[in-house]
Ligand binder design. Sequence first.
Ligand code: NAD
Length: 360
Amino acid sequence: MTKQYRITLLPGDGIGPEIMTVAVSVLKRVGELTRLQFAFKEALVGGAAIDATGNPLPEETLAVCKDSDAVLLAAIGGYKWDTLPNAQRPERGLLNLRAGLELFANLRPATILPQLIDASSLKREVVEGVDIMVVRELTGGIYFGQPRGIFTSETGERRGVNTMVYSESEIDRIGRVAFETAQKRQGRLCSVDKSNVLEVSQLWRERMTQLGGEYPDVELSHLYVDNAAMQLVRSPKQFDTIVTGNLFGDILSDAAAMLTGSIGMLPSASLGASGPGLFEPVHGSAPDIAGQDKANPIAQVLSAAMMLRYGLNEPEAADRIEQAVQKVLDAGYRTGDIMSEGMKPVGCQAMGEALLAALG
Ligand code: NAD
């Protein structure tokens, strides 16, 4: 029997449409091979939505997303919209989408692929075998806390204010996702905070320690965020699963991304308690290379694989995509961002064709 899924596509801005085209053709092919049928609906988000409607997340887009089985996003943002006020910027569309779908958990794998070890800026012996999952809290913390804004004091001096805030229930729910993720991996969880300075982190550490009692099979450790950043580049193999808040997770997951050689290789999944998940590359809209057929579509394609695995529970289809990625890398195909000597340079489109050929 053929299974059907409703997928919302949000190509967004910059390289988004180019890499989305590749992911959709890969999904269609894998669907034919595994008897899955995808009904795709495209919607506007980010700069593209601002241009068309004045709103980075039109109500219609959120409604279409909520009415689907999973949402596949490419990237948003670009120079053109950089001077708009905060509430109208493309990034706000993405933040509102995550909040609207109540996606509080962001899973970002940073796995070093053997074919790309030499693309990493770190030494082979440091990165070989790295396999980290960063679990980032996504709908709380300083990106959402109130009060926020730029305020003018009585003396006329302006002050920029953001508030880092976490409630116990917010910490507990991301903690549970992280402990359960660690259980499925090597059973080690490192919680990252700044509890030597921040009260919000002291509560974070207290709750994580308390939760640890419920997961005796997971070995829990704690690191301050500055030390965690240092350890990530000094000795990344020590990490299995990392759990942290929104701001620290944003920064650390990009650092973890670079261990793998290219930000163009990394997918992510954002999950809520129920409803559709959001699957997107870790990277942004790369306006510097947009429209030039230079983008690496692999993070987008691997995001589609994560969508199949974590969003739709279709592991066989996900495996096929991940194996196709391995095959094209084994065959030496490389976009500019992961190029090394002796490999075959390809653009975004040609990488897509190689992936389709590898799928068979
Ligand atoms: P970026 O990730 O877009 O680009 C950083 C660097 O990596 C650039 O040199 C870019 O060319 C390169 N790069 C990124 N993805 C690539 C790919 N698939 N293939 C090859 N090279 C790739 O980050 P940035 O430059 O800081 O931000 C650009 C815009 O993207 C900004 O407007 C920012 O707000 C937005 N952004 C969006 C998201 C998102 O949609 N989730 C995430 C981060 C940044």
